[in-house]
Design a protein around this ligand. Structure first.
Ligand code: SF4
Length: 220
């Protein structure tokens, strides 16, 4: 890498750290929006959260967890019973099949305890890389950075990277932000996406990172 490229990369890393630190100052460190009490509940809630809001998931999980309080109980559930409970989260047939399948795999292959590696998590039904990263970082305290639709959009607008590939965005942000800040960065970027950096109408005039953002500082 040339000296100029190294200087450019260092500036980008500085800018990335400044973005995260300003957002954390602005919003505080957000708590995860999904309600859960243990790793079982986290894994199920994350699996149900695809294509719906966390609020919608939080409405059905108390009923689900009361009826099926652990992987063992969920592994023995009738899928049609689970479908009825999770129906309002959308794609309920797939989601019910996936969470019961996940419970069966955790019981059969891991003795009922959720595994704590990305590779093992991604072998479970319904768990892709994003979900595995959320479970690792929030449930296990293992450094991981999950890229959702908000983070994908904001990373491109700010100029961390130009890509619509979540894996590339994950690689870019984790190269720029120190490992200890990955979980906080994930949570605060999602909060920012839900608050000011809206998909259709970003409120750049009110944004605390406007001066650091390529989109926000470009006259239009
Ligand atoms: S300046 Fe606008 S586009 Fe940039 S992060 Fe803020 S709200 Fe989003």
């Amino acid at each position: 890498m040339s000296a100029a490229a190294r200087r450019g990369a260092a500036m980008t890393a500085r800018r990335a750290r400044a973005v995260i630190s300003r957002l954390l100052e602005h919003y505080g460190t957000p708590a995860p929006a999904l309600a859960f009490g243990d790793r079982y509940q986290l894994a199920v809630a994350v699996s149900l959260s695809a294509q719906t809001t966390d609020r919608q998931v939080n409405e059905v999980t108390p009923i689900l967890f009361e009826r099926y309080p652990d992987f063992e109980r969920l592994s023995r559930a009738r899928i049609s019973d689970v479908e009825r409970i999770v129906k309002s989260t959308g794609f309920f047939r797939n989601k019910a099949k996936n969470i019961v399948g996940m419970a069966r795999a955790v019981v059969d292959e891991f003795g009922g305890a959720l595994p704590g590696t990305r590779e093992a998590l991604m072998r479970l039904p319904g768990i892709g890389r994003k979900s595995a990263n959320v479970i690792l970082s929030i449930g296990f305290g293992v450094p991981a950075f999950a890229v959702d639709t908000h983070i994908l959009r904001i990373a491109n607008r700010i100029g961390f990277i130009e890509s619509d590939d979540p894996d590339a965005v994950e690689a870019a942000v984790t190269a720029l932000v120190p490992e200890r800040d990955w979980t906080a960065a994930h949570l605060v970027l999602i909060t920012h996406g839900r608050s000011l950096c809206d998909a259709r109408r970003p409120r750049c005039a009110e944004c605390p990172v406007r001066s650091l953002c390529e989109y926000g500082s470009t006259p239009r």
